[in-house]
Design a protein. Structure first.
Length: 164
């Protein structure tokens, strides 16, 4: 997702030293926007996020974390401003390391695994051939939703991208 958003906005993602994440910055007339992709395991992404916030001199409240969500159907988007990790170990790591849940999330639905399949294995396997078109479409929609959230505000993005 970070790569798609960066590419859509002509932002080059470069690794940091030490290599905690790849990041790029894009300045608008009114904003400094950082796009980053942690290089650590997902359940240890909090350290990379903290490092980025320190580097950018930013507060957690300015952060938008994009992550998968098993409880949303494939292709559904949902912004959330605060709250617990909802079973997502990457979000749990970010909350634990930052000591706050005061950041926005953009949840991208991937649906539940079939009965009997381990959820961890499910989210790590490639999408099936029949799902790829839906995945490409949701990535494009998520990029649009992030663009609206950054430029017009999260409330506007919620109204525009949450299903009625």
């Amino acid at each position: 997702m970070a790569e798609a958003f960066a590419a859509a906005n002509a932002i080059a993602l470069e690794p940091t030293m030490p290599p905690r994440y790849r990041a790029g910055r894009h300045d608008t007339p009114t904003l400094e926007v950082w796009v980053a992709e942690p290089l650590a395991y997902m359940n240890r992404s909090g350290e990379a996020v903290r490092s980025l916030l320190e580097h950018a001199a930013a507060e957690p409240a300015s952060l938008i974390v994009v992550h998968d969500d098993l409880d949303l159907p494939l292709g559904r988007l949902r912004f959330k401003r605060r709250g617990g990790p909802g079973g997502h170990n990457g979000v749990r790591s970010i909350i634990d390391v930052l000591g706050t849940d005061a950041f926005t999330r953009l949840k991208v639905g991937v649906s539940r695994p079939p009965a009997g399949q381990d959820p961890v294995a499910y989210v790590l396997e490639p999408f099936r051939a029949g799902e790829r078109e839906a995945v490409e479409a949701v990535i494009a929609r998520a990029c649009d939703a992030l663009d609206v959230a950054v430029n017009e505000g999260v409330s506007v993005a919620m109204n525009r991208f949450h299903p009625s």
